[in-house]
Design a protein around this ligand. Structure first.
Ligand code: DGL
Length: 271
């Protein structure tokens, strides 16, 4: 049966980071309805094994599938590099990853990237996913990578904009600044929450790549090509689900999306 163009798009992450992708979808495709899941009780994912990340992502997709999705977006670089093929092999609904659009955005920039820094989780760095995708497009680009796990912890605690957030960005980015990178990929969806600190520290000559931007454009194009873009409608009703406690999530979501959300806590282990 062909998918319903007015069915929702599922967006998921280990926690609050995927809201940076949800925000982009809301901006670029305001008529689309979103069902968001953040696995806040089991974040961070970036320190876990590929097997565990895959098993947990399968549960998330089984849960999201109950909402009759027309598309799912893995709004988590760690899940993309660890489990994309397992997920696409297990579910019929189209599943979008966000790493290759970000790599393309990075390489096709103007001026083109020559020396690229990638900040991400330990799992993403270990997978070499960004290096591989960037080198597919420009084998000569130099790619430096750094795992920044403490940024995920700060973001999940709602402290991205704090002085501690600024200090941690400086500590992680010092070697990239000294190496004079020209492009920095924010290779974890939690990291755009530190955008102000990162931009201020790296300065105007370093181009920052937020995977949400290129992924949003790709989702829009794919939906249009498949005839699945939603009909015009005012204020589609989004739904937010999490596995942990709503308090901090509500506060962070309000900051990111600029409006209050009422997340429902669910037992994801049932799926
Ligand atoms: N937001 C996730 C990413 O894009 C992972 C954060 C984590 O749970 O470690 O990689």
């Amino acid at each position: 049966m062909p998918a319903d163009r007015n069915a929702p798009i599922g967006i998921f992450d280990s926690g609050v980071g995927g809201l940076t992708v949800a925000r982009r979808v809301m901006l670029d495709m305001p008529e689309e309805r979103i069902v968001y899941f953040g696995d806040t009780a089991r974040a961070p994912y970036g320190i876990r094994t590929k097997e565990r990340i895959t098993a947990q992502s399968m549960q998330i997709m089984r849960f999201l599938e109950t909402h009759g999705l027309k598309m799912a977006i893995i709004a988590c670089n760690t899940i993309c590099v660890s489990s994309y093929y397992e997920l696409t092999g297990a579910f019929d609904v189209p599943i979008m990853e966000i790493v290759s659009p970000a790599a393309a955005d990075c390489v096709n920039g103007s001026p083109p990237a020559v020396k690229v820094g990638v900040i991400a989780t330990a799992a993403t760095v270990k997978s070499e996913g960004y290096r591989i995708e960037i080198h597919k497009l420009n084998p000569r680009a130099e790619v430096l990578q750094k795992a920044c796990p403490d940024l995920v912890t700060l973001a999940e605690r709602g402290l991205a904009e704090s002085a501690a957030g600024a200090l941690q960005c400086e500590i992680y980015l010092r070697s990239f600044k000294e190496a004079r990178i020209d492009t920095l990929v924010l290779g974890c969806t939690h990291f755009p929450l530190f955008y102000g600190h990162i931009a201020a520290y790296m300065g105007g000559n370093v181009r920052l790549i937020d995977p949400a931007a290129a992924s949003g454009a790709k989702v829009k194009k794919e939906l249009a090509e498949a005839g699945l873009a939603a009909e015009r409608r005012d204020k589609p009703e989004h739904a937010f689900y999490i596995s942990g406690d709503p308090g901090t999530f509500e506060q962070i979501a309000r900051n990111i999306l600029g409006k209050p959300v009422r997340p429902e806590k669910i037992n994801i282990c049932k799926y």
